[in-house]
Design a protein around this ligand. Structure first.
Ligand code: UDP
Ligand code: MG
Length: 318
């Protein structure tokens, strides 16, 4: 049973967002009041080099419901969210970016769905405000990742979501080193509801996701959820094996028939075909090694059992 005034933990990863934190805090507080919930705000300083940590400390000093966690260096968006979630004490957790692109005005609707029994309320962006090339790449990646991983991810699905505390417990117990939270949440099941929102403009500062970090996130989506790429390679090698076996048989029969002067199929001359076959198969082999490497690398990272974040200081020592 839910309390009449449940507490919601709001987790925001922060990487150089000094001018966004105060307004984010205000908006969260207002949305919590509108939703008639108690709140705690957990800011995770992900190795910021600007004044973000001091702003957090100030907010924390003014309101005991604000907590901060400062990581020892930049661990990345996903790990920063995860770090914040480990500190959450509420009946539900809402994760949201600190740049106000995830509109706090959606929070009352999220809470409403949660009160009606949803255990996960995830969100989808109505439209992207990415530059055209980035938009195209991200959209294609989503489609590809969904196909390959078997997850039902849509374009625009973000890390703006509410999860019930029993879902939180499951997520925190998932020991994967490479976090891809939207995939993990999609995978675990539970009663999930979706909400759409118009993505806002970044309130201040610059986006931190580069093509490199987007690529790494996409790779986690592809290689952390299944063995489909390996199956694909296996399937391909079976097809090549079958075709080349048939071709060998054909050459053999051709030779035998030639011996008896019964039939002679003129062979293709030359090395162009040969070079093409060698290059094609060579590239497939390299790709296969790369795919295997992705899996082996992930096993390597996982077996080291390194922490996915390290805390330098926090407002509430656990
Ligand atoms: N962020 C973070 N660590 C990082 C990169 C980003 O904590 O290494 C935070 C950032 O401060 C913001 C959120 O993650 O609150 C989303 O980042 P950004 O706005 O750059 O992503 P985009 O909106 O472009 O997807
Ligand atoms: Mg943003």
């Amino acid at each position: 049973m839910l309390n009449s005034i449940p507490k919601i933990s709001f987790v925001a990863p922060v990487y150089n967002e000094e001018n966004n934190l105060e307004i984010l805090y205000e908006r969260i507080r207002n949305s919590a009041a509108v939703s008639r919930v108690d709140y705690e705000v957990i800011f995770v300083d992900d190795g910021s080099t600007d004044n973000s940590l001091n702003v957090m400390k100030r907010l924390c000093g003014a309101d005991e419901k604000v907590l901060y966690i400062s990581l020892s260096r930049n661990f990345g968006h996903q790990n920063a969210i995860f770090a914040g979630m480990t500190y959450a004490k509420g009946e539900a957790v809402v994760t949201m970016d600190a740049d106000l692109q995830h509109p706090p005005s959606l929070i009352p609707q999220m809470v409403k769905l949660w009160r009606k029994g949803a255990e996960v309320v995830y969100t989808k962006k109505n439209e992207s405000n990415l530059p055209p090339l980035k938009h195209f790449i991200v959209k294609a990646s989503y489609r590809f990742i969904s196909r390959i991983s078997g997850l039902s991810l849509n374009f625009g699905q973000s890390d703006f979501r509410l999860i019930d505390k029993k879902v939180l417990k499951v997520i925190l117990e998932m020991p994967e080193y490479h976090k891809f939270l939207r995939g993990q949440v999609s995978w675990i099941g539970f009663r999930q509801e979706a909400l759409s929102y118009d993505v806002g403009k970044r309130h201040s500062g610059k986006p931190k996701y580069s093509y490199k970090t987007l690529y790494e996130l996409a790779m986690n989506g592809i290689f952390s959820f299944g063995k489909y790429p390996l199956h694909l390679v296996m399937l391909f090698s079976l097809v090549v094996f079958a075709v080349s076996s048939l071709y060998m048989l054909f050459i053999f029969i051709n030779r035998v028939l030639m011996l008896f002067n019964l039939w002679h199929f003129p062979a293709f001359p030359g090395w162009t075909a040969l070079v093409m076959v060698v290059l094609f198969l060579g590239s497939i082999q390299l790709m296969t090694i790369g795919i295997l490497g992705e899996y082996v690398g992930r096993i390597f990272d996982q077996t080291k059992k390194r922490p996915v974040f390290i805390v330098r200081e926090t407002s509430n020592e656990k």
